[in-house]
Design a protein around this ligand. Structure first.
Ligand SMILES: Cc1cc2nc3c(=O)[nH]c(=O)nc-3n(C[C@H](O)[C@H](O)[C@H](O)COP(=O)(O)OP(=O)(O)OC[C@H]3O[C@@H](n4cnc5c(N)ncnc54)[C@H](O)[C@@H]3O)c2cc1C
Length: 822
């Protein structure tokens, strides 16, 4: 035994140092001390020297900086210079834009949870809450989504006027320019409420407050541009749109063929220096009604009128609608969610240089401007719209599943429906936490490049899963379109949010991990920067320092992944209460596993990883679910650890962890270098895949929360428009829920009497009267059943039309509305 003591001592100390992320020097000293102690205790025999000698051989050169640089770092630097993928300017701009928040901790393998928990709790100001309860509530009351989506294919004029009068288009514009200057949270809350009643209205409001002229002018506009446009954008005198996409540049927006040639031309009767623009844009939201078009194009100066560069690069300009040659007004019809959207074209359209956003000084900086601003808009608009919808879907589907009876039972009681309800409830909890986290990040001043992509992708993707389940639970009620259908348009429109602001497949495959790996990783960007240092001595010194920190980081993550895997994440320091501590530990484990796997993937595959989209997408999934799970834990803490929310948190958490495990497993199964994959698997899953999705029992508890009024359900559906107003079937159905539940025991008595054969009548209300007469139910009970039956019949009903009405709708409806615009 004594001869093994030095080995055990050295191993134990090394593992402890790696687990706790001790530095190279600390590890050397601690291991040397442990070896010395073992030697003193058990003697300096052969067993001691067989451990001490290799230790000295490894530790000494690593600690001799000059030696290490010359013989280890210098050759590695040469390899690194060779394998480092060349970065295009576009990629560099994307990587450098934005800031990193808690996602950086998740990528570190050892998240510092105190940072997350110390972040301020996001809250609306009194003014913002008043806006939500006042103008937003009033606007919701005005909305008739069937009229909008079927009859007019547009918002009715009073809704347009109301939006402008109450500055819905100026939520991000500062008060000094006449805007509302709302926090990102308030902006998100407004969109959520609108999305819960009309996707068309929510999209119309989202766009001017997202990436577009207002946001770009705020950051880069000249004073004259700000003073002119911002007050007019705030009160809706100007309706903006932003035109980037065209037939030959969709996801790859940098490849726009639209161009502008610097030249002299006439503007308002005077000869002016400007650009002559030729462009063909499509899918542009609000374009048909826009009064000012933000346009992205590539600027050329062949006559060198501005300087010595002929190709200036992507540039942004503002084109007033009346600009000669601007073709605008035609409409696309996006999947029956008819917000204004259409093409914008122009040939040799002249605008002066003063119309460039930021003036001539910003010519050629367009891509950086877009990328820098993109993350903020992306963190809010689409996640909020998806969140508003899922909140409504959770309320509606829960209520409907309780009110709708089949086989003598509320359909929500059937296990199959319960499964769908659990998914709706759990994912709604996750999506709401996610959009809250991204809005809070923006309010803290972040430009969340990585998490806005996570928010956009997962809120819309999970939102689509929720709408699918909501449709299935509603059966025919979700399918038959008409004023009584509150789901159909969202179902139709789900792919819109999947496609816009970074189509989802690309966002998942290329952006989340692609940006996350480099931006969140504590050392990769520093190594890339070190390689580019001009002075060779400084380059080597910097590279050496960062490289050895990186290696220590890798070893630590390997040890942490293994130790936490062996312990099934049951050990380690973690915050939270008795209920959530295990969740934090679980995330610690997967954070270490992600950091290790990502590091190895980057190290082994190098630049090829960029093209291994299936690997990179799965690694992005792990980062995303880590982020979503952290957002849920933060929400749980911020809301005072409500016990009532635990089933929702637990369901969504188990699903997130299960999906993380499956994503990591997918990486390892498909990793091209098999021995590396085997080694990684031994470290990451030492006992195999042991995570399981949420249990049926947990799912039942979530479904129960959705189908009855309770505080957890109220929190889940906050900000959805649930006022029981005439235009809001979901609100009215929700309001009936307490009575419908109170009627259930009476209904059971009544059904028993029916089954006994004592009641002879055939018609429901006559049967009720007979049951009362026979003493099976009391008078009040009869009244309750009759009332619930009458009201719920209204919610079960669907629309039918006189055939002529539908024919007329084809004549007068969206088709006609669009034709008349054309
Ligand atoms: C209703 C609507 C409103 C819009 N509003 C605006 C607007 O206001 N202003 C504006 O400028 N644009 C707007 N867009 C354009 C929108 O941003 C683009 O549709 C989007 O960028 C995708 O481009 P695309 O449709 O040409 O698809 P494509 O680029 O052809 O992509 C097709 C598919 O290929 C995938 N793909 C592409 N490249 C990769 C890759 N490298 N890796 C993996 N997958 C990839 C995509 O994810 C997608 O699934 C709007 C679009 C729609 C439909």
């Amino acid at each position: 035994m004594a001869q093994w003591l030095p080995l055990f001592a050295a191993l134990a100390v090394s593992l402890a140092c790696a687990y706790r992320r001790a530095g190279l020097r600390a590890w050397t000293l601690a291991t040397a001390a442990a070896l010395a102690a073992a030697g003193l205790a058990a003697g300096f025999h052969a067993g001691f020297w067989s451990v001490a000698a290799p230790f000295a051989l490894i530790a000494l050169p690593l600690n001799l900086t000059g030696f290490r640089r010359a013989f280890l770092s210098a050759p590695l630097l040469r390899v690194f210079e060779r394998v480092l993928p060349p970065l295009s300017d576009t990629e560099r701009t994307a990587l450098e834009a934005g800031t990193i928040g808690f996602e950086g901790e998740l990528f570190s393998g050892r998240p510092d949870w105190s940072k997350l928990l110390a972040e301020p709790k996001p809250e609306l100001s009194a003014e913002e809450q008043a806006f939500l309860d006042g103008p937003v509530e009033e606007l919701c009351r005005m909305i008739d989504d069937w009229q909008i989506s079927h009859e007019l294919a547009d918002l009715p004029p009073p809704v347009w006027d109301y939006l402008k009068a109450h500055k819905f288009f100026g939520m991000i514009i500062p008060k000094r320019y006449g805007g509302l200057e709302f926090s990102a949270l308030a902006h998100s809350a407004v969109l959520q409420k609108l999305a819960s009643i009309s996707a068309t209205v929510a999209s119309t409001v989202a766009v001017p407050n997202s990436l577009g002229p207002a946001e770009l002018l705020l950051h880069y506009g000249t004073d004259a541009q700000k003073d002119h446009y911002l007050p007019r954008l705030a009160d809706g005198r100007e309706i903006p749109c932003f035109a980037l996409t065209g037939p030959f540049a969709g996801s790859d927006a940098t490849s726009i063929p639209d161009y502008g040639i610097v030249c002299k031309g006439r503007w308002k009767g005077e000869e002016t220096l400007g650009v002559r623009l030729t462009f063909d844009k499509r899918y542009i939201t609000l374009a048909p009604v826009a009064t000012v078009v933000g346009l992205a194009f590539r600027m050329h100066d062949p006559e060198r009128l501005l300087g010595d560069k002929a190709d200036l690069g992507i540039t942004l300009a503002l084109l007033p609608r009346e600009t000669a040659g601007l073709e605008i007004g035609r409409r696309h019809l996006p999947l029956n969610v008819p917000f204004q959207n259409g093409p914008v074209r122009g040939k040799d359209v002249f605008v002066p240089l003063a119309q460039l956003i930021g003036g001539p000084a910003m010519a050629g900086h367009g891509w950086r401007m877009l990328v820098e601003c993109l993350s903020v808009g992306r963190a809010i608009s689409l996640p909020s719209n998806a969140t508003g919808f899922v909140r409504m879907a959770a309320a509606a589907t829960g209520a409907y599943a309780r009110i709708r009876k089949q086989f003598g039972l509320a359909i929500g009681r059937f296990e199959g429906v319960e499964e769908a309800l659990a998914r709706i409830g759990g994912w709604t909890y996750a999506i709401t936490a996610l959009s809250r986290a991204t809005a809070a990040a923006v309010d803290r001043g972040e430009k969340p490049a990585v998490t806005s992509a996570i928010g956009k992708y997962h809120a819309t993707q999970l939102g689509r899963e929720v709408v699918q389940d909501a449709m299935d639970v509603h059966g025919g009620k979700g399918i038959v379109l008409g004023p009584k259908n509150y789901l159909g348009r969202s179902w139709q429109g789900a792919p819109i949010s999947i496609t816009v602001e970074g189509a989802n497949i690309m966002t998942r495959s290329l952006m989340i991990f692609g940006q996350g790996a480099v931006r969140c990783h504590p050392y990769v960007l520093k190594e890339m920067e070190a390689v580019r240092i001009a002075d060779p001595r400084e380059r080597l010194a910097t590279f050496d320092r960062v490289l050895f920190q990186h290696l220590g980081f890798g070893v630590a993550n390997a040890v942490r992944a293994l130790v936490l895997g062996l312990a099934h994440a049951k050990i380690g320091q973690a915050p939270g209460d008795a209920y959530t501590r295990r969740y934090y530990r679980k995330l610690n484990r997967y954070s270490a596993a992600l950091a290790l796997t990502a590091d190895v993937a980057m190290g082994v595959l190098g630049g090829k990883l960029k093209f291994k989209e299936k690997i990179s997408a799965r690694l992005g999934d792990v980062l995303s679910y880590l982020y979503i799970a952290s957002a849920m834990l933060k929400r749980y803490e911020d809301q005072g650890r409500p016990e009532a929310d635990r089933p929702l948190l637990a369901w969504a958490f188990h699903e997130c962890v299960w999906r993380m495990q499956m994503a990591l497993d997918g990486v390892l199964r498909n990793f091209p270098v098999r021995p590396v994959a085997w080694l990684l698997r031994a470290l990451v899953f030492p006992f195999g895949r042991r995570e399981v999705p949420a249990s049926d029992r947990l799912g039942r508890r979530v479904a129960a929360l959705l189908t009855a009024p309770n505080e957890a359900r109220d929190r889940l559906t906050t900000w959805a428009y649930l006022t029981p107003a005439p235009n809001n079937e979901v609100g009215r159905m929700n309001a009936l829920l307490p009575e419908a539940i109170a009627a259930e025991p009476v209904e059971r008595k009544f059904l028993k009497a029916l089954k006994s054969g004592a009641i002879r009548a055939h018609e429901y209300f006559e049967q009720l009267a007979e049951a009362e007469k026979l003493g099976e139910i009391g008078a009040e009970e009869r009244e309750l059943l009759a009332r619930v039956r009458r009201i719920s019949a209204e919610f079960i009903a669907v629309d039918d039309f006189d055939p002529k009405e539908l024919e007329a709708a084809v004549q007068r409806g969206p088709g006609a509305a669009l034709r008349s615009v054309a």
